[in-house]
Ligand binder design. Structure first.
Ligand code: DAH
Length: 367
């Protein structure tokens, strides 16, 4: 639409007859109706309102100033009536349009926020239990089922519990095998335990016979890390002491454990060995889980895998403990095995570092 309605002067209006007034207002009304129907005008809503109803220079104000106020007496009444009609029309149309714009905005916002329950959800990966943990829980389950209870102990130990009380005196060659991390600066000498065996002593000191415990936990050695060694690994210790425990009880316990853990076909073999805290001592082997005993790279073609150090508790150990443990009356067996090794055997993992790198591509394979 071309000319601004307000450019029509009062002089022009004044020349009109009363009958000609209404059509002039009708022109303005038509212009308003046209403008309000176009989004390009109402898109800038504040500007549009100001153009029509602005107090200083809105169209209605201009008409009031230029047409109504100076109208000659013969036109005053009709101009006044037409002006009121126009004003009412403009105001109610603006109000209706305002509501329309607001509800459109609300609907758009609602559409944006709507949740479509039929869409597939986002699947978030949840973690799995680490195979060391799975193995740990399996070990606990098996031993608890035959009457053992679980205890844990400190990883920072004294040489007394880690060595002396286990019948490993200073300068004993067994200390050399266990490259030990010593803790510097402590008032008393301390070290990171090299095995879980110290908990044999700590438990017996607290608990008079009988005792039947397993001790899972972390141990530390200054090994050079390679495919099967790290400077931290997990062990599980076992100890059973009572008045009539024999080597047979020990063998039966180990065989039961091996069948439970590796399956009913798994066999057990004992070889003589030496540990200062057991007498006699044995090394427990189980049939290789990979080849089932026929021989493969993993078992170095022997068909057997070394599982555990073990033996009957050395009477010398009771001498350190006292607390009612009497070598003349009591006997018992002990064993210690690597949890990580057991996990590797059971799950067919050949590289120890994989257990500690926490690469999700590895971890995901053991849900
Ligand atoms: N503590 C030994 C080690 O770490 C393993 C061991 C051997 C534990 C014989 C025992 C045992 O309880 O009786 O090499």
């Amino acid at each position: 639409m071309g000319t601004d309605p307000t450019t029509q002067t009062l002089a022009q209006l004044g020349d009109n007859t009363p009958e000609q007034v209404a059509p002039r207002f009708a022109e303005i009304r038509a212009r308003f109706d046209f403008e309000i129907s176009s989004d390009s005008n109402t898109g800038n809503w504040p500007a549009f309102i100001a153009r029509w109803t602005g107090r200083k220079s809105g169209v209605l104000t201009e008409i009031g100033d230029n047409w109504l106020k100076p109208a000659p007496p013969r036109l005053k009444k009709v101009v006044g009536q037409e002006f009121q009609k126009l004003k009412a029309h403009v105001e109610s149309a603006l109000e209706a349009k305002r509501k329309e714009i607001e509800s459109a905005a609300e609907q758009a916002a609602a559409a944006r926020d709507r949740i479509d329950l039929s869409l597939p959800g986002i699947e978030r990966a949840i973690g799995t239990r680490h195979i060391i943990r799975q193995t740990y829980e399996e070990l606990v389950r098996i031993f608890v089922s035959i009457g053992f209870s679980v205890v844990e102990g400190p990883e920072i130990e004294t040489p007394y519990y880690n060595f002396e009380a286990l019948n490993i005196p200073e300068h004993h060659p067994a200390r050399d095998n266990m490259d030990t991390f010593y803790i510097e600066g402590a008032r008393e000498p301390h070290l990171l335990r090299t095995h879980t065996s110290p908990m044999q002593i700590r438990t017996m000191e607290k608990q008079p016979p009988p005792v039947r415990i397993i001790v899972p936990g972390k141990v530390y050695r200054r090994d050079n890390p390679d495919a099967t060694h790290g400077y931290m690994f997990h062990q599980i210790e076992g100890l059973a002491v009572d008045t009539d425990i024999t080597f047979c009880d020990f063998k039966g316990t180990v065989e039961y454990f091996v069948r439970e853990f590796f399956g009913p076909k798994a066999k057990t073999r004992l070889r003589p060995s030496y540990f200062p805290f057991t007498e006699p001592s044995a090394e427990v082997d189980a049939t290789c889980h990979v080849c089932g005993g026929s021989g493969c790279r993993i078992c170095k073609f022997s068909g057997w895998i070394e599982l555990s150090g073990a033996g009957m508790v050395n009477p010398a150990v009771y001498g350190f403990v006292k607390n009612g443990y009497d070598a003349a009356k009591h006997s018992g067996f002990a064993f210690g095995m690597g949890i990580d090794r057991l996990a590797m055997m059971k799950y067919g993992v050949t590289e120890l570092p994989l257990l500690f790198q926490n690469d999700v591509r590895f971890l995901r394979q053991f849900p």
